[in-house]
Design a protein. Structure first.
Length: 197
């Protein structure tokens, strides 16, 4: 097998707790340095972009008795690997790994290569519909008040409470000019689609 990051130990033996050296007695940081694949103690890998229905799908999986392990830091592959490694060893829950944001640091290739072959679910959506959700998504408006006192003027509370994404600020109405920024943001929006090359 020509793995880009060959493991220094046999992963099959590492799953056996009766072996002298196994996943349970190797620190996560050392496992990273030794190119050990993540323990295969998870049901599947979930990945995809934003704006495709992830939260609803995660809620469905949660109600089905599955527990998501999310990445800790979108720009730290080693930290994410260690987080997954430790959690997969310290619990017997029905875990699935969730990778929604693209990690692009200098160790990203290694990080993704150390996820063992597994079942995978990629939630997708028509790119135009997804883009429409990003552009038309409601956000806090310019005058959004997090805490409202009883004496506050209702006009002040309701005026410009809702905003929409725009370049550098929130606008009062959806702005098509922000579309290019969403398309170019492969970290978040379209990293799993053919729109990015």
């Amino acid at each position: 097998e020509n793995h880009p990051y060959p493991s220094l130990l046999d992963p099959k033996k590492l799953n056996d707790k009766n072996e002298k050296i196994n996943y349970h007695n190797i620190p996560a940081e050392l496992a990273w340095e030794m190119n050990l694949p993540l323990p295969d103690n998870f049901k599947f890998l979930f990945w995809g972009s934003h704006g495709v229905g992830n939260m609803g799908f995660h809620r469905f999986l949660d109600k089905s008795g599955l527990v998501s392990l999310f990445c800790l830091d979108d720009n730290n592959s080693k930290l994410n690997y260690c987080h997954f490694f430790k959690n997969l060893l310290n619990s017997y829950q029905n875990f699935y790994l969730s990778i929604i944001n693209l990690c692009e640091d200098e160790n990203a290739s290694k990080y993704y290569s150390l996820i063992p072959p597994c079942r995978s679910i990629c939630l997708v959506r028509d790119p135009i519909s997804s883009l429409r959700s990003h552009v038309g998504g409601k956000r806090h408006g310019v005058n959004y008040l997090n805490i409202v006192d009883f004496g506050t003027n209702i006009e002040c509370v309701m005026s410009n409470r809702i905003g929409y994404a725009n370049i550098g600020f929130n606008s009062h109405f959806p702005c098509v000019d922000i579309s290019e920024a969403f398309i170019d943001n492969k970290f978040m929006c379209f990293h799993d689609s053919l729109l990015w090359k």
